[in-house]
Design a protein around this ligand. Structure first.
Ligand code: BGC
Length: 412
């Protein structure tokens, strides 16, 4: 079944460029310091290539507000030309018949030769290309203030027990152990990092990819919620509603020691002039595996040569080598393309690339559920609702797993 509303034809684009003036209205949620610096790279390249960019930023980490804005625009019959969209949400929009087919650009640019199969798979709808990948963010990271750890005689934790012991020591010294923002997606981000560590890669896959009921209600899942309850005690009282980048700032200024967050947090450290290994430290959370979160753009069906030329140009630039390098140096992620040298990238990015390759080999490269890579919206939303209501109440871990299984079953 062909669900594309239009085709962005590279041939039509090439024929049309003499006359068309590429333009694009771009919906995204990159509004923090590091994010804004990163998206400016795309705006500049688009302008350098004759494009006119209309910015539609919708603030709100994780993109929940941006996705609401998108739905309103599509329902009003006025979709933006290009949208930051990822994971199974791409296929969900495709099924509604509102995406443009960008296969002509992808084929002309040889995307299949330069993208790993795991990433390319997310960019395809019924075998055709329906999104352009920007990067690979890793979600399961711990960030730390280097001075705070050193002056308290603490090393980066290798187990959750070590993490808890370090946090208790820091708390006794008057430092907030864990910088956290109480927003549902941030609770989910910490939860999935803890879950990867405690369930292990196979358990994570069974729980958050296969939605296996036995795993969702297992004693190990109870232990995941127990650890979340412990983490709740390491957060300061002002955490509700705090934006993720303000939590990162608390680590930067030494008010807090750790943050568990994807490597867009590194984009904030870098934008503030902080250096990895000196000012801040990065390590994967205790346990094996790698949770990936690939940002991408989908083009929506729009009329007009200028807009369609804008979509083709954007798609081409996004997967282009230069953009993949410069954008990701700012964003904290690594390129989606496999042929971009990482020589200019820092130690955290190189660790990410090495770990991604090793987990791909070992079968522990896993899609992030909290960042919309593993599940459709109804299922991931059902899980996050339970995670956040547990974190923000005194719900027992046993009740949480029972609610988890019920919520998942109801969402199918
Ligand atoms: C996106 C990142 C973004 C982060 C915070 C994630 O879901 O993939 O690009 O920086 O949310 O907004």
């Amino acid at each position: 079944m062909k669900n594309f509303a239009i085709t962005v034809s590279a041939i039509a684009m090439l024929a049309g460029t003499a006359h068309a003036n590429p333009e694009a209205e771009v919906l995204h949620w990159w509004t923090s310091g590091g994010e804004a610096k990163s998206v400016a790279v795309l705006q500049q390249e688009f302008a350098d290539n004759g494009g006119t960019w209309t910015d539609m930023p919708v603030a709100g980490g994780g993109g929940d507000a941006a996705m609401q804005a998108l739905r309103a625009r599509v329902l009003a019959g006025n979709a933006p030309t290009a949208v930051q969209l990822k994971g199974p949400a791409i296929q969900e929009w495709y099924e509604e018949g509102v995406l443009a087919d960008i296969s002509a650009v992808a084929e002309a640019e040889g995307w299949a030769d330069v993208l790993p199969a795991s990433i390319a798979g997310h960019m395809k709808c019924d075998g055709s290309w329906c999104a352009a990948p920007v990067n690979v963010h890793r979600v399961d990271w711990i960030w730390a203030n280097a001075d705070v750890l050193e002056s308290n005689g603490i090393a980066m934790p290798n187990t959750w027990e070590e993490f808890n012991a370090a946090a208790e020591k820091l708390q006794a010294a008057g430092i907030i152990p864990l910088a956290h923002g109480g927003q549902a997606w941030q609770d989910a981000t910490v939860f999935e990092a803890v879950a990867l560590g405690i369930l292990g890669p196979d358990g994570f896959r069974k729980a958050f990819v296969d939605l296996d009921e036995a795993t969702l209600t297992s004693p190990e899942m109870v232990a995941v919620f127990d650890q979340m309850r412990t983490m709740r005690g390491f957060v300061d009282p002002n955490f509700p509603g705090r934006d993720w980048n303000l939590a990162t700032a608390m680590v930067m200024n030494g008010e807090a020691a750790f943050q568990i967050m994807g490597d867009w947090a590194k984009g904030e450290f870098l934008a503030a002039g902080k250096a990895p290994g000196e000012d801040f430290l990065c390590a994967s959370v205790p346990g094996d595996g790698f949770l990936y979160n690939v940002d991408s753009f989908a083009m929506f069906a729009v009329d007009g040569d200028d807009k369609q030329a804008g979509q083709a140009l954007l798609a081409e630039l996004i997967v282009g080598q230069n953009f993949q390098k410069v954008f990701n140096l700012n964003k904290g992620s690594i390129p989606a393309r496999t042929d971009v040298s990482l020589d200019d990238f820092d130690s955290c990015a190189n660790l990410s690339a090495d770990d991604m390759a090793a987990s791909n080999e070992g079968g522990s490269l896993l899609p992030s559920y909290a960042h919309g890579m593993a599940l459709r919206g109804a299922q991931s939303g059902a899980i996050t609702d339970v995670v956040t209501s547990h974190f923000n109440s005194d719900m027992s871990s046993e009740d949480a797993v029972a609610q988890l299984a019920a919520a998942v079953a109801n969402s199918m």
